[in-house]
Design a protein around this ligand. Structure first.
Ligand code: PSV
Ligand code: MN
Length: 430
């Protein structure tokens, strides 16, 4: 049972239902004129789900400082409580993505039961070979899966195998592989040999994947390595996925590209290759900023969803990308940021669903650039908020999640139940 009861949500919704009915009716009139069945869009939006990153419910930080919030979760159980709050209010976040060893637990079957009691399941598990842990035999200072020393590679591989074993106990079906390996100086690393070592190490992990699991390879342009990164871009990620086998896919973290990169086109290419494994959603102004999804480039987010809906409408076989958030919250209440981000994803999805695809296709074929662009803009500028709110209400979630959360006082109660620590357990600066 979530810490926020259905009765509380129903009471909060009661005062807003009339206004929502009126707004939904007005939007229905507008969309009907455009040939769109609003209830179908609402039904699709009500099915949308995105996983919460366990590390996102604590305050993040920058290279300079971390300012812990009050009432932060101190362990994985408390992180799950916060995730349950987010799901009960938004209805859109039924799963959690764990990061190991940050989320180590004594008893994983019990963790799974506890999550289920809270109404939650688990998405991909994330391994961590970008930090050294206390007592670790070998350091990752010069890399992990691609390290020149086979003993370091063996240790990093074994950590990933442990992540799979833990993931199996909690019901995960995917392992996300992101490594910080790379170099800071031209000449420091032999590009070809490092990539070959990656393929060898990742191949050993791939060989240990349970039959119904997927390997999600996450690329990142730079950081912590600043000159070159072994899995730097979607090209390297795709080459690795294709070399490893049919259950290896590419994961696109929106912040892991140069500022003006056309991410929606990368998405289209990966769809074409049958290797789009999923997303880490966030937003970015300069680099891997991990800002709230939709806070900086909502149009880009819409264009990405436009590609996803296009793939759905073309019935691309086995098209099932994982949706996960990956954000760091420094100046907001993480629960509010994550709720807002989940809602922005449903907004982009709803906007993409109302694109007039016949007009778009015809204008593309006729080289009518202006009409094609205006067709997208018409969908993007439509205020679909009533659809999102109606979809939430249909799922028993809140019409106004942030208003309900503030009225509930969950954070204030957490302050008493979770006395301040210097640092949220397991998180650190992410
Ligand atoms: C790396 O920047 C990344 O995006 C990877 O997904 C990590 O697992 C995550 O951030 C956590 O810091
Ligand atoms: Mn990520």
């Amino acid at each position: 049972m979530s810490p926020i009861s259905p009765e509380f949500i129903a009471a909060a919704n009661a005062g807003l239902a009339g206004t929502l009915d009126a707004d939904y009716g007005a939007l229905d009139i507008q969309l009907t004129r455009r040939g769109v069945d609003i209830d179908k869009v609402t039904a699709a939006v009500a099915q949308f789900a995105v996983a919460i990153p366990s590390w996102g419910v604590g305050t993040g930080g920058t290279r300079f400082a971390r300012f812990p919030a009050v009432g932060e979760p101190r362990n994985v159980l408390e992180k799950l409580e916060d995730c349950a709050v987010i799901h009960s209010l938004t209805g859109a976040t039924p799963t959690v993505s764990l990061h190991l060893p940050w989320d180590r637990a004594e008893d994983y079957p019990q963790l799974k039961r506890y999550a289920r009691e809270l109404g939650l399941g688990f998405d991909a598990v994330n391994s961590n070979t970008f930090q050294d842990q206390p007592g670790q035999a070998h350091s990752y200072k010069f890399g992990s899966l691609t390290h020149t020393d086979p003993r370091v590679r063996a240790q990093a591989i074994e950590h990933n195998l442990e992540c799979i074993r833990i993931g199996q106990q909690i019901g995960s079906k995917a392992l996300t592989l992101w490594i910080g390996d790379g170099s800071n100086f031209p000449g420091q690393q032999h590009f070809a040999r490092a990539f070959e070592r990656y393929l060898d190490s990742a191949g050993r992990i791939y060989a240990a994947l349970p039959a119904d699991w997927r390997l999600l390879i996450e690329h990142k342009m730079y950081e912590p390595a600043l000159y070159s990164t072994v899995i730097q871009d979607w090209g390297s990620s795709l080459m690795a996925a294709q070399a490893l086998g049919p259950r290896a896919f590419c994961l696109v973290d929106l912040g892991h590209h140069a500022p003006s990169t056309n991410i929606e086109m990368i998405v289209a290419r990966l769809v074409h290759a049958g290797r789009l494994g999923g997303f880490h959603f966030n937003d970015s102004k300069y680099g891997d900023d991990d800002l709230d999804t939709g806070s900086i480039h909502p149009y880009r987010l819409f264009l990405i969803f436009n590609e996803l809906v296009d793939a759905e409408s073309r019935r691309v076989p086995d098209f099932n990308p994982a949706h996960m958030l990956d954000q760091s919250h420094n100046v907001t209440d993480p629960i509010e940021s994550l709720m807002s981000s989940a809602m922005e994803l449903t907004r982009a999805y709803a906007q993409a669903l109302i694109v007039d695809r016949n007009v778009l296709c015809a204008s593309q074929e006729a080289n009518d650039a202006l009409l094609a662009s205006q067709t997208l803009k018409q969908a993007f500028t439509t205020d679909v908020s009533p659809i999102l709110a109606r979809a939430r209400a249909q799922r028993g979630a809140a019409i106004d999640p942030i208003g309900a959360y503030r009225a509930n006082g969950y954070r204030q109660r957490a302050v008493t139940r979770r006395p301040v620590q210097g640092k949220a357990t397991g998180s650190g600066i992410v």
